[in-house]
Design a protein around this ligand. Sequence first.
Ligand SMILES: C[S@@+](CC[C@H](N)C(=O)[O-])C[C@H]1O[C@@H](n2cnc3c(N)ncnc32)[C@H](O)[C@@H]1O
Length: 567
Amino acid sequence: MLKNIEGGKGSVFYRAHSYHTKVPVEGVIQLIEHYTDPGDVVLDPFCGSGQTGVAALLTGRHAVISDISPGAVHIARGYTGRVNPDHFGQAASGLLEQLEPLEEFLYRTPDGLVEYAVWSDVYQCSTCGREILFWEAAVDHEAGAVNRTLSCPIGHGPFKKTELRWMRSEPVQRNIRVEGQQARLVQPVEGAVKDQLGDRTSVPYWYPTAAWEPWREMWRAQHKVQRIVTSADFFTSRNLHALSALWDAIGQIDDDSIRAGLRFVFTASVNRASRRYQWHPRRPTNVLSSTMYFASLNYEFNVFSLFRRKLATITEMYRRTWEAPGTCEVHLGSAEKLTWAEDGCVDYVFTDPPFGSNIYYSDSSFLWEAWLGEQTDVAAETVVNRRLTPEMGGTTLDDYEKEMSRAMGEINRVLRPGAWASLQFHNSDDAVWSSIQSAIDSAGFRVEAAVVMDKGQASFKGLRHEDKGERVANFDLVMHLAAGSLSISNAQRREADRAEIEVELMDYVARQPPSRCTTPWLHSQVMRHLLAEGASPTGWSFAAVESLCAEILERRDKSWHLPKSSR
Ligand SMILES: C[S@@+](CC[C@H](N)C(=O)[O-])C[C@H]1O[C@@H](n2cnc3c(N)ncnc32)[C@H](O)[C@@H]1O
């Protein structure tokens, strides 16, 4: 019997390259070892960063994995490619040595090399027209806070920044690594130094100019105001110069596996090298935000430092995979048509499909794909996309259900008779759960069991429609599917009655520590129960579960507890 699965985030496999909703490889290993023997074939048709492939490599299975996103395929190949770590390390050292004069030119100051600079927006006072530097007007360094309103240098205001005209962004502070010293030097950026940063017309190498267009889900009016119209606009000119030189030098490396490995290090550094990292006095390394928005204060990290750091992690990873016993093939293509897979050739499927409309993978992968020169076919993605017209690929939850049904049908076709599939999923919307349940049914599967995969710590990137605080979950459900449907449609499913859910919740809360008794956990527990029992999730939304909890349980410190009367 499969128990709930723990996954870790500290491993080199987790840290090597970011990806939206990456599954911890330890969790996938547990499942693969449970369901297969060494030498078996494992499939993941929504592979993302390819953790199923990594799990197969490490456990001596053969993985065949695919994704519709060229960015995901690049990352999955980077993770699962066989790269000689010694040759890789030598090639990377040569590359960095060759680019050292450029690093000196771009980041050297009289005191040392810039590790990062902080950039601030500049607004125009709507009363007197004077410039308002956000850094001066809104940051309270002593309190470690950023104020919501700002006044102009002669006291007009206070204004919300949305009431002001955005003029430009400029560097205000730099953090310098002084050779031979631990502590960093923090200096204001003033006068002539600001001008030295130059404009990007002087960048001598190719860089991508993929269009960032208003039809994208993650496009915001801010992009128009700040003239963010191509991928190049996501970088300062200095970082664009450094990145383009690195990309060019990597492209000249002859050995295919080493070149691919170095491109993997490059894309692993790209998001952090962009202007998407918010600076805050209290959180010096704020995580990548869930949008493509630029904060009013953001980082410009030294590209070469970022690259060196990722290089160390990825070289360590290649040491672990170089002689690993398994294999992995990565394909670019839709899960709805696995043209490269014959009927009955797969022994086990582990997959983590898109969760309805929570994450816009193609937008989140935009910068990677810009450098790779190939963008996801948005119209073919299995997500609910309400911003696009149907002609452009816009989709509803019904379309999502049909697409997931086709993908589940393909999974059933390629599985050998009697083999299992595990489907990882998470959503706080009961309608999306119903869609997934229908897709599972229509493809001829039944849910035999459902367990929780605890992913360590909250990691969802690109989440929308979810409250940033509580509802960002750090676990998913994993449904274990066997072929052979009970042939019941959603309309015929029995409805779960309230008393049954009450018993389930009380029983769960009695057994679990408070950290696992927040509403997201309880909602998932209800979904787990309904799916495993073949009952309909309709009506059991996040809000419905929360309101039932409020009636039958007591809430303290964000967790639900048994009421005193029942203890
Ligand atoms: C939840 S993510 C998978 C994450 C992955 N398990 C990992 O650990 O990185 C879902 C993936 O499905 C992909 N996708 C969306 N629509 C697809 C389709 N029609 N066919 C194949 N892949 C698709 C997205 O590009 C995304 O990488």
